[in-house]
Write a protein that binds this ligand. Sequence first.
Ligand code: XMP
Length: 517
Amino acid sequence: MTGTRQHVLVLDFGSQYTQLIARKVRELGVYAEIVAYDCPVDEIRARAPVALILSGGPSSIYADGVPRADREVFELGIPVLGLCYGLQNIVYSLGGRVNPSTEREYGPAFIKIIEKKPLFGGVADGSRVWMSHGDRVDELPDGLVALAMTEASPYAAIGDRKRRIYGLQFHPEVAHTEYGKQILANFVLGVAEAGADWTMGAFVAEQVESIRDRVGDDGVVLGLSGGVDSGVLAVLLHKALGGRFHAVFVDHGLLRLGEAEEVVATFRDELGMDIRPVDAGELFLSRLEGIEDPEEKRRIIGRTFIEVFAGEAKKLAKKETIKFLAQGTLYPDRIESRGIKGPSDTIKTHHNVGGLPDELPFELLEPFGELFKDEVRQVGRELGVPERVIGRHPFPGPGLAVRCLGEVTPEKLEMLRRADAIAVEEIRAAGVYDDIAQALVVLLPVKSVGVMGDERTYEYTAALRCVTTDDFMTADWYRMDPDLLARISTRVVGEVRGINRLVYDITSKPPATVEWE
Ligand code: XMP
């Protein structure tokens, strides 16, 4: 795709902000893609990006075996912007001196602009920037000059106008840098003269065409969950292929109240697609009987899901000519599976339609492989997907099973469904649904004593968890209005038989996770 599309290439040196850099560039209307820091120079040349951005990274440039940019990168004639460690890379590669330092400069700083053009047009002198670095530059290479400074960093921004090589010691990609977006725009749209042609409207038109081309007269099957990614993808495929698109909706019996009916009503009745619902609740529940371990539950659900979906897809393929299986894989999933990011521990086994059996006779179709989650939402809006689908809080693949701690039983699921429905209803009524990234109710395997009327009760405890977050990698607990908390608590305990106590989860992630299992 990048062969034809104008784009910025982000070289990843391991910064936690690398994805953010690509997203911020895309927000300027210019497509950006991430590659590993050691992407061969020939490949960079062949991709012909309009600009290169070197990400930050956790290393010290003089340490052994640390990622360093290939010197030739600076001789390609392509504009380069190095951020933080990227700046140190430039200085190191072009013959300046970086001083290893044990002290970190972390947090806000205020820049004094030395040269307004080309990076600081429209940026207020004295505005806040966000620093996070250890080593500092002592001596600039020939040809580079200081463009801005802060109290602690004489070389907060450096550049060589002739070679169009620039470096920033701070992070323009994070929101704490007041004029970060303007600075990136000055580089991407100004220095690199990129045209802003990355719009979701253009993306949709391009994808419809390319899906039609690739699929020809064949058919496509998709596992629909009702969530944002698979929902928007279904609408895109339906638009491109009409009746040759088929969606299988596996109801694993672990969905929220009314959710299965709603998925069918939305996608079949309202949007007119071919949806094949499979009611597999009993199978899933029977396999989960007696299982308490969270990972074991996830594995069973994952395996059973694939089995049911594959069975249905095969049945369908007997009647229709289906050559493709569509998946809502997103850009971050692809980057991680390509191993650009360092390996991280498996905290939870996430189950999506990911590991399908090899024997399935389909080719994979992943039209969202270039998108970030917020871009999928924009595509959805572009396609007229109902806002209640696009704006929904995420819901995990294993469903309520990971919110029903310990063994999953039909009785517990019923309590959970009703408590969850009350919480969401009250949160919506209070007008704060969109302020919360995810709201959920968890049923604990704990009974406690209460009193109702004049009677002693001995029933289950439920927990309400509401978080705010940008990316779900970290999250904070939502500071909920106490009156709203009170309404939810009164209704859950009053209306859901079997629950006599509601607690509110006030733990951030980390150290906790969003789901309890
Ligand atoms: P955790 O609990 O890991 O959750 O902090 C982060 C986000 O991921 C969702 N989640 C899942 N989504 N399959 C999914 O599709 C899963 O197995 C799964 N587990 C957690 C969770 O709801 C939250 O939005």
